[in-house]
Design a protein around this ligand. Structure first.
Ligand SMILES: NC(=O)c1ccc[n+]([C@@H]2O[C@H](COP(=O)([O-])OP(=O)(O)OC[C@H]3O[C@@H](n4cnc5c(N)ncnc54)[C@H](O)[C@@H]3O)[C@@H](O)[C@H]2O)c1
Length: 255
């Protein structure tokens, strides 16, 4: 019988100190997973781990900058050392830079987007792979964006980095499927702190966007985005790989 939950699983969530990452950490924990909060801001990591501990969830704070391969390797080693295994990896962390048009975006910003987005995702996938391969079971969930698919103006470096993550997702899906590892991607639409700040920066555009939004509200990290991530980390997703799920209340339909 297919197991639809994550009870007993050990899942790493990068960038789980706030926003969507925090929402997923709490939801997975409430549903029986042990959670590794991989986050570069120590106070944020501790805050989420405290919340999980309060819920009775086994949780580990792993302070790491996902753009640094050594940090990521140490984070995965600490996970295996502490919990003895790693079943799921959610590559959610992303470092952001201000908007910049394609004509002028600078090398430093490109490096930040690629370092934390593409390289961070790749380093973490590489670090968990031997453990998941040995176990014959693994779940990897990467984070991209509708902005990358539509080519949202002002976000060239971010968009390119997010589309590279989708390419990595498809490639790993093909390379690792026979190891029992499925690799998928979520493009979320969520009222995380960052999402709310973006809406507040241009209230007219946000009002216009919400006018056509099929469900009529931005997603809640814990209640709307996290259940899909949980599904992708469960046995139920065993025949789904290399895919992008638009978890945005249908917003992509009119983008
Ligand atoms: N919020 C949305 O609607 C939306 C839309 C499209 C895509 N996304 C994607 O979803 C993911 C989460 O977005 P969010 O809105 O929750 O973002 P957020 O900025 O609120 O949270 C990101 C978390 O990652 C951490 N982080 C940043 N850089 C890091 C690094 N180098 N190493 C370790 N941790 C790091 C931050 O400290 C923070 O806790 C991102 O990948 C984002 O691109 C979000």
């Amino acid at each position: 019988m297919t197991e639809h939950g994550v009870a007993g699983r050990v899942v790493i969530v990068t960038g789980a100190g706030q926003g969507i990452g925090r929402g997923m950490a709490l939801h997975l924990g409430r549903n029986g997973a042990s959670v590794v909060v991989a986050e570069w801001k120590e106070h944020r990591a501790t805050r989420t781990v405290d919340e999980l501990t309060e819920l009775g969830v086994a949780a580990l704070a792993a302070v790491c900058d996902i753009s640094k391969k050594d940090d990521v390797d140490a984070m995965v080693a600490a996970t295996v050392d502490h919990f003895g295994r790693v079943d799921g990896l959610i590559n959610n962390a992303q470092t952001f830079r201000p908007q910049a048009p394609v004509a002028t975006v600078g090398e430093e910003d490109v490096d930040v987007f690629y370092g934390s987005g593409v390289k961070g995702t790749l380093w973490a996938m590489q670090a968990v792979y031997p453990h998941m391969k040995d176990a014959g079971w693994g779940r990897i969930v990467n984070f991209a964006s509708a902005a990358g698919i539509t080519g949202m103006p002002g976000y060239g470096a971010y968009n390119a980095s997010k589309e590279a993550i989708r390419a990595l997702t498809r490639t790993a899906a093909r390379e690792w499927g026979r190891d029992g590892i499925v690799v998928n991607c979520i493009c979320p639409g969520a009222a995380s702190k960052r999402g709310q700040e973006a809406a507040a920066r241009d209230t007219d555009a946000h009002r216009e966007f919400m006018k056509d939004h099929p469900i009529g509200r931005q997603g809640d990290p814990e209640d709307d985005i996290a259940p899909v991530a949980l599904f992708l980390c469960s046995d139920a997703a065993r025949y789904l790989t290399g895919q992008t799920l638009m978890v945005d209340g249908g917003a992509f339909l009119f983008a």
